[in-house]
Design a protein around this ligand. Structure first.
Ligand code: NAD
Length: 532
């Protein structure tokens, strides 16, 4: 028997797999504390991108099942909002411990459904190259949960005594009610954990919609949350695609939506949910640039470019997908290419793999088409990863590291987010010109500079139009006590994920003005009250 009642955890290479009676299991919804199988007639295959093997099947949740999940969240809210914040924090403390306990199982699930290497999923070092510890799938997980453990302090209000004669004013941050989260495929554990831990620790209840491409990590996290003591109905999970997302946007009982994914879906959700009066935070696509100054350390910079351009097969919203070489650093192209050529492309479960597959055949085709369109519009092919065959995994969705040079701003491959292992090279004569290139791009998720000059770094930090700025840091994703601050077309809304903004997003401020002095005998005054 498969060891899990929820989800088949056996994967390729596991000796239990051959005898598992639960292959291609149906992923369940979580409604009111019960893992229930959907009655839907429409199911989607979750496919291992390295093998095309069907791992499980997710339902297109029916309207009734969706409403049952919202009702469960609504029903759980009155009790949960009155549960002391210290008790809510303690559940998060336990959850982060359980996540650490099950880190390996989570990582294996992520590799099986999403494709990234086990090393990436486990936060190991990327072939001795510099890897930014914040970007790995699993390491980030407990950090946001840990942050939620300090909610009592984070959620504190403000108080001023005697704002007027005998009158005090104070503000309270109260939970909103039922909140929802809609997730992308590329970080199947990290992004759900950006969403529900902060929200429920603020006192909200939650409906989560994982990516239909890799729902397994969300299911495992929900099991852990329940094991940690999260009461029934506080966290609910529904699966599906556009219809269930539209239901989330339209439902009057849902007060706020956290979204991470593409611009097409994100702007649709932002507009549709805002029209229903909901607050929305929408983290979307990116085209992150690195500016390489000639005074930068060549070895460290080239390693950073390789790690941040090709890690997770380029499927990170903070991947560095465009390198702008300034002045003399243009000559580093050959060495960059040599290092990229050494990367090993294989299934994420294979030891020594640097890049796993991309998520789907459609993604592979789209990436290949964008490479081709770049070539046809004048890009120079430095390294072409299309057509790569991985022995033993001939059907996997592999694209090898690809480098295109002589990129110009009008090329489709530059204007579009490629979301694959493709690094675009541009050149600029000086820092001003390089900054101008970056700022002309519509996206504003992240940008980095590599330099040993404090003056260049400071100019870059001041003038660059991007939400997350790296100075000799390739993927500057902030730890959770700051916020994830993408800007321009990479974000819609005004309160970012996690950090102080995350608490503000998940709470409604209430301002109370009180007086206890006896005002009898003062008569009636119709004048607007003043502070005198
Ligand atoms: P996606 O937009 O295709 O899917 C995201 C979610 O939206 C899924 O749950 C999906 O079911 C739903 N969805 C998709 N199309 C929809 C539609 N038309 N109507 C309603 N719902 C819809 O994104 P993806 O391919 O899963 O993820 C990759 C994208 O996510 C990239 O653009 C990447 O840059 C972005 N991303 C951004 C961040 C960030 O923090 N800025 C982080 C991770 C990923």
């Amino acid at each position: 028997r498969c060891p899990s009642p929820l989800h088949c955890r056996t994967s390729i290479g596991d000796p239990r797999r051959a005898s598992c009676k639960h292959r291609n299991p149906r992923v369940r919804n979580l409604i009111g504390g019960a893992f229930v199988e959907s009655q839907s007639k429409d199911w989607i295959d979750v496919v291992n991108p390295a093998t095309q093997e069907v791992v499980s099947r997710v339902p297109m949740t029916t309207d009734e099942e969706f409403k049952a999940a919202v009702n469960a969240a609504k029903g759980a809210f009155p009790h949960w909002r009155n549960t002391p914040v210290t008790a809510r924090q303690r559940i998060m403390l336990k959850l982060q411990e359980l996540i650490r306990r099950d880190m390996d199982k989570l990582a294996l699930n992520i590799t099986t459904e999403q494709g990234k290497t086990l090393k990436d999923a486990q936060g190991d070092v990327f072939r001795g190259l510099e890897i930014d510890r914040y970007i790995t799938a699993v390491i980030v997980i407990p950090e946001v949960v840990e942050h939620a453990c300090g909610m009592a302090t984070l959620q504190m209000g403000e108080y001023i005594s005697n704002v007027s004669n005998g009158i005090d004013t104070y503000s309270i941050r109260e939970p909103l009610g039922v909140c929802a989260g809609i997730c992308p495929f590329n970080f199947p554990a990290m992004i759900p954990l950006w969403m529900f831990p902060m929200s429920v620790t603020c006192g909200n209840t939650f409906v989560l919609k994982p990516s239909e491409k890799d729902p397994g990590a969300s299911m495992m996290l929900a099991e852990l949350a329940i094991e940690a003591g999260l009461p029934d109905g506080v966290l609910n999970i529904v699966h599906g695609t556009n219809d269930v997302v539209n239901n989330i946007c339209d439902d009057d009982d849902i007060k706020a939506i956290s979204f991470v994914g593409s611009n097409t879906a994100g702007m649709h959700i932002y507009a549709r949910a805002a029209a229903k009066g909901k607050r929305v935070q929408s983290n979307m696509g990116a085209k992150n640039h690195a500016i390489i100054m000639p005074d930068a350390s060549p070895d460290a910079t080239l390693n950073s470019l390789i790690a941040a351009g090709f890690g997770a097969a380029g499927q990170r919203c903070m991947a560095l997908s465009t390198a702008v070489f300034v002045g003399g650093s243009k000559s580093w192209e050959d060495e960059l290419t040599r290092r990229a050529t050494e990367l090993k492309v294989n299934a994420g479960t294979e030891p020594g793999t640097d890049l796993g597959p991309v998520i789907s055949r459609q993604a592979k085709d789209r990436i290949s088409k964008l490479i081709q369109s770049g070539i046809e519009s004048g890009a120079r092919v430095v390294l072409d990863g299309r057509g790569i065959i991985v022995p033993g995994h001939e059907h996997g969705n592999f694209v090898g590291p690809t480098i295109l040079a002589d990129i110009t701003g009008d090329m489709e491959c530059y204007k579009e987010e490629i979301f694959g292992p493709v690094l675009l090279l541009m050149t600029a004569d000086n820092l001003d010109e390089a900054i101008q290139i970056v700022n002309s791009n519509k996206y504003g998720n992240g940008a980095s500079i590599f330099t040993t000059s404090g003056a260049s770094a400071r100019k870059f930090q001041t003038e660059i139009e991007a939400g997350q700025v790296g100075i000799n840091v390739p993927i500057p994703v902030p730890l959770p006590f700051f916020s994830f601050t993408g800007s321009k077309a990479s974000f819609a809304g005004d309160l970012n994920f996690y950090g102080k903004a995350g608490v503000q997003f998940n709470t409604q401020i209430k301002t109370v003005t009180q007086q206890w002095k006896d005002t009898s005998g003062q008569g009636i005054s119709l004048a607007m009250p003043t502070s005198h």
